[in-house]
Design a protein. Structure first.
Length: 279
């Protein structure tokens, strides 16, 4: 299981990587102040805006690098920095993962988007010291019925998980809602990658898992926590492998994968989706 706490404790965690946003040492679960929350609303709004624009922009024949260049331009135009670019050496402003690519796909001019592709676009914005983080899955052109269903189930699972967010509930409440819905539709949850806290660091504690487990802390949700919930759903088995580039993760069986993600604030009475796109 690839825990984000492992990234945060890396040897280079206290200095910028390739001029990307500063990577700070993890301080445990952080409760955000009203000032911090207001900044995160802005960083998250930038992310939501960019993803909405990419969803409307993408078409067959474009490269994933085209999307990356657009995302970086728009993030910077809104006064932020791309969270991903330079993060532990990642070269892009977006992760662009196509079809059986699960996460962390590297944008490339050689990777051409085709009609029928299932495209995952994940991006973040670093604004005034705080990150927003979100991912969407785009059905490009005329996609298969199974691809559409996979994407819909992943998005619906995300929303069912988010509806469990309120003070005194636990991470297992989120995980159980997601896991039950995904499995009831005949799909599998990727267990190698989890959601995470988000704020001053792109990846903070806790690990927000999408499946029932006793191996990770079942943290109690508290008002002021900000977490990224991001179920990754596979058409076939849950198993994945990483390619030689050290970043791109694919399904072991070659089947499709879908991912949706929101940055969410725990409020006094429930939740606020900070990266809400209004769709």
């Amino acid at each position: 299981m690839k825990l984000f706490a492992d990234l945060l404790s890396s040897a280079n965690s206290k200095r910028p990587s390739n001029n990307g946003p500063m990577i700070q040492q993890s301080r445990g679960v952080e409760i955000k102040s009203l000032r911090e929350i207001e900044i995160m609303r802005k960083s998250s709004k930038i992310v939501a805006t960019v993803l909405s624009e990419i969803r409307d922009l993408v078409k067959p024949g474009m490269s994933t690098l085209d999307l990356d260049c657009y995302a970086e331009k728009r993030i910077r135009e809104q006064g932020a920095e791309p969270s991903f670019k330079g993060y532990h050496g990642f070269p892009g402003s977006i992760c662009s993962s196509v079809n059986n690519e699960v996460v962390h796909g590297i944008p490339s001019k050689k990777k051409i988007i085709n009609d029928g592709d299932l495209l995952k676009v994940d991006t973040g914005a670093f604004f005034n010291g705080y990150h927003g983080d979100s991912c969407i899955t785009i059905c490009v052109g005329k996609t298969s019925d199974e691809a559409i269903k996979l994407s819909n189930v992943a998005q619906e699972a995300l929303m069912l998980g988010i509806k469990q967010i309120k003070p005194e509930n636990k991470l297992l409440d989120i995980a159980g809602a997601i896991e039950d819905y995904v499995k009831s539709n005949g799909f599998s949850i990727v267990e190698d990658y989890t959601g995470h806290g988000v704020g001053r660091n792109l990846h903070e504690e806790p690990s927000v898992f999408n499946f029932r487990t006793n191996d990770l802390p079942n943290v109690i949700l508290r008002e002021g926590m900000t977490i990224a919930v991001e179920p990754i759903v596979n058409l076939g088995s849950k198993y994945c492998k990483t390619l030689r580039d050290g970043w791109t993760v694919i399904t072991k069986d070659g089947n499709l994968s879908a991912q949706w993600e929101h940055t969410v604030l725990v409020t006094k009475d429930g939740f606020e989706i900070l990266t809400d796109r209004g769709d």
